[in-house]
Ligand binder design. Structure first.
Ligand code: UD1
Length: 422
């Protein structure tokens, strides 16, 4: 177990490179299951969930090699349809293995997915879509899902909500299904477009990702040698922006395009932060450390303000001039971290999905707990601007989405270090 010790007050200055996106690489690695050829995936971030997905692929019988940021999956052999419970339970995105395995081998045993503790995260849309495509799914003893199909069939599917994971699961199942699948009310996130681009490279006829309707014509078999580079992580980029906004200073983000982060930029500009694209993949962030309040911000599916940036924004608004209102519309219970911010002196009232944040003049360093990934990132944002020392426990949650966060933030001037618990 490790902790971060952060001395607040330092301004940030310098350049940060944006790594590959966690939420893009995981479904892409799942998609390699569909391919009997060799998939070489570049720009893979060094994160525990990525290592877990890699372990799962190995446990299925696939040969997997990792060299720095590149993971190569040799797809000849799959020897089992059982996903190890210990791995699947660790992360939410293991659920997309269902679509990939049903497509490739027609059967899977998998436990209910794990992931961050941010309220109930049902999988009803995943299951009803896969059933519509011909899968029989039953709940086995102790929450193991067993699903089987002699061959998946293309289908028209209307999602009740543009779920990211359900859209990905259907895209994967449809790639080896018989006939055409149409997903309506599909998620439009950049990670969906990235998955489409990868599937296209493997020879799948798929179009429409990034809009609300995706069309996929299934293939009988996929056997292609492909090389693909994962998109940069827009949430890491957004988190760095809020860090700079809170701490003050001027940083350059290298490797991120403007469009995927535009809703975060829009909100931060409303807080008075100066953010400019200076080149195709370079964004400059400048802040005088005194954010203004925002009247109301609602999280919503892309291209709206991302729920994965909500905690970091609330942390920034804790010290804003004036009162802000944040409404979480995507997840039911995503304010678990607020109690920790209040230990640092924040004045926040949460009622169901609404948080009212009265900006305070100062936050003070405190002993706090990271209870989930983005909530943990919010505590880092707050600690950078707090007076005195903060100790953030349970950094393992933060590590799930940020590679060596302390090294990157120290490289631009933050006083942050990692210590191991006794
Ligand atoms: C993905 C992201 C996560 C992000 C979220 C929303 C990954 C690995 N994770 O999660 O970081 O916060 O998108 O942008 O990519 N829902 C149902 N039934 C379902 C599926 C979802 O009710 O069958 C609900 C969820 O409980 C939630 C909402 O739909 O309230 C959105 O979930 P979804 O878009 O599926 O998020 P994830 O794919 O889990």
């Amino acid at each position: 177990m490790s902790r971060f010790i952060i001395e607040g007050g330092n301004r940030l200055n310098g350049e940060l490179k944006i790594p590959g996106a966690k939420n893009a690489v995981l479904p892409i690695l799942a998609a390699t299951i569909l391919n009997r050829g060799t998939s070489t995936i570049h720009n893979c971030p060094d994160l525990e969930d990525v290592a877990t997905m890699q372990e799962i692929l190995v446990s299925l019988g696939l040969r997997v090699e990792r060299s720095n940021k590149t993971i190569t999956v040799y797809g000849e052999n799959i020897v089992t349809n059982k996903i190890p419970e210990s791995s699947a339970g660790k992360m939410r995105s293991s659920i997309v293995l269902m679509g990939a395995m049903l497509g490739r081998v027609g059967e899977i045993y998998i436990s209910y997915p794990g992931g961050c503790a941010i309220g109930p995260r049902p999988i009803d849309m995943h299951l009803s879509a896969l059933r519509k495509m011909g899968a029989e799914i039953d709940d086995l003893y102790k929450g193991i899902l067993h699903s089987k199909a002699s061959r998946m069939r293309g289908a028209e599917i209307l999602l009740d909500y543009p779920s990211v994971g359900a859209t990905e699961n259907i895209m994967l199942a449809a790639s080896l299904a018989e006939g055409v699948t149409i997903i309506r009310n599909a998620a439009k996130e950049p990670e969906i477009v990235d998955l489409q681009n990868f599937l296209q490279q493997m020879g799948v006829e798929i179009s429409g990702a990034g809009t609300g309707v995706i069309y996929i014509t299934g293939r009988d078999e996929i056997k292609a040698d492909v090389s693909y580079s994962v998109i940069p992580d827009r949430i890491v980029a957004g988190t760095y922006m809020t860090c700079a906004a809170a701490a003050g200073g001027e940083i350059i983000l290298n490797g991120i395009e403007y469009e995927p982060v535009s809703s975060t930029v829009y909100c931060l500009r409303n807080c008075g932060v100066q953010i400019e694209p200076v080149d195709k993949k370079i964004i400059r962030v400048k802040s005088d450390r005194v954010p203004k309040a925002i009247e109301v911000v609602r999280t919503s599916p892309y291209p709206g303000f991302p729920t994965d940036m909500q905690p970091q924004l609330v942390a920034l608004l804790s010290k804003a001039v004036g009162t802000s209102v944040v409404i979480e519309t995507v997840f039911e219970n995503r304010y678990g971290y607020v109690e920790q911010l209040m230990r640092m002196g924040a004045d926040i009232t949460v009622r169901e999905r609404v948080a009212v944040i009265k900006g305070v003049k100062r936050l003070t360093g405190a002993f706090v707990d990271a209870c989930d990934l983005r909530g943990g990132a919010a505590l880092v944002v707050a600690s950078l601007t707090a007076e005195g020392t903060s100790i953030i426990n349970n950094v393992k949650h933060i590590d799930r989405g940020y590679e060596s966060l302390e090294e990157h933030l120290s490289s631009v001037g933050a006083a942050i270090k990692r210590v191991q618990d006794d």
